[in-house]
Write a protein that binds this ligand. Structure first.
Ligand code: ADP
Ligand code: MG
Length: 321
């Protein structure tokens, strides 16, 4: 668990003081992804770098699992925290295997253990070890380098990961794919992750919690569905966008939209929903079949009720402004 308490970072620019981080407090649970979201210059990177003490705070404190990071040995602290940045930062003169092995080497692992770990991590990020272990970074595409960056950060199995716009430089299509891949990895490894983004869609997709920053201040700290359905103020509402009802569709499932007491008319249903389908799929099926309702089954194939257009409308009503 990461606890941030009254964090402040003061800088001087053009002979005037300003707060890059302005009294920020939040708590991120073990195994959760917290996305720090906000426009450029709002203090996201500064907050991240204070966590691994690349920057020291003016005041306030950060605890990891209840222990004050200010009292850790800096080197030990950084080894226990994986760090991924947008400009991947792979060492150009080292092979992929050597790049992934940087921290394990510092930890004194022997060569065969490092090789096994590098191969295992390449498999995890969907790169064939037989092809990639001996290559150099410049022989890889941007997306592949980014995956190696993630593998390298995971190398020593740190409980905490800091990721600063890790997929920012990747084109939209590959970006979706690498986000999906990363979420799959996360379900297996369950790290506690602070993830910086300026993209609301990425945040909604990745986050258990979203922290929205503006000029160093934390404007809202909430689950994605709450950010979309109940933005705390005008700034958050504008930042998440007018189409936030649409964005919520991906967060809600057929099971959330079962209409109470709905009695279907005669005739066979053209399709059956599964309870875990997200509402984008549901809406597109309703639309494709030109119907107002569809039956829904659970994992065991048991009928659990009907999803209706009206019920979906009611659910989204909360998000209309
Ligand atoms: P973000 O990552 O959200 O884009 P940053 O955390 O990098 O923003 O920066 C927050 C603010 O602090 C910006 O206005 C930036 O110009 C300023 N800043 C960052 N580092 C320094 C520094 N070393 N000295 C003075 N100002 C800085
Ligand atoms: Mg930044």
């Amino acid at each position: 668990m990461i606890t941030i308490e009254n964090l402040v970072k003061r800088y001087t620019q053009d002979n005037a003081d300003f707060l890059a981080v302005d009294n920020v407090s939040m708590e991120v649970g073990k195994g959760e992804i917290c996305v720090l979201l906000g426009p450029s210059g709002c203090g996201k990177t500064t907050t991240l770098k204070i966590i691994n003490r690349l920057i020291s705070p003016t005041s306030g404190k950060i605890c990891i699992d209840g222990q004050d990071t200010g009292k850790f040995d800096v080197v030990a602290l950084r080894r226990s925290i994986g760090y991924v940045i947008q400009q991947v930062g792979l060492f150009p003169n080292m092979t992929i295997e050597q790049n992934i092995g940087v921290v394990p080497r510092l930890l004194g692992w022997d060569a065969s253990r490092i090789r096994r770990r590098a191969a295992e991590l390449l498999e995890i990020v969907a790169l064939d070890p037989a092809v990639f272990l001996k290559r150099y970074p410049k022989q890889l595409s941007g997306g592949q380098q980014q995956r190696v960056g993630v593998a390298r950060a995971l190398a020593a199995d740190p409980p905490v990961m800091l990721m600063d716009e890790p997929f920012g430089a990747i084109d939209p299509i590959n970006r979706e794919a690498i986000q999906d891949e990363f979420l799959k990895i996360q379900r297996a490894v369950k790290k506690t992750i602070m993830f910086v983004s300026h993209d609301i869609d990425e945040a909604v997709k990745m986050a258990d919690k979203i922290a929205i920053f503006r000029a160093g201040k934390l404007e809202q700290f909430d689950a994605p569905d709450r950010i979309l359905s109940a933005p705390a103020n005008e700034f958050v509402a504008n930042f998440v966008g007018r189409d936030r009802a649409l964005k919520r569709l991906r967060l809600l499932t057929a099971a959330d939209a079962l209409a109470p007491g709905f009695a279907p008319g005669a005739g066979r249903a053209p399709a059956t929903l599964s309870a875990t389908d997200d509402l984008r799929i549901v809406v597109s099926l309703l639309y494709t079949h030109g119907v107002n309702s569809l039956p829904c089954s659970d994992e065991a194939g048991q009928h659990v009720g009907y999803v209706t257009q009206q019920r979906i409308g009611e659910l989204l009503g909360a998000a209309r402004s």
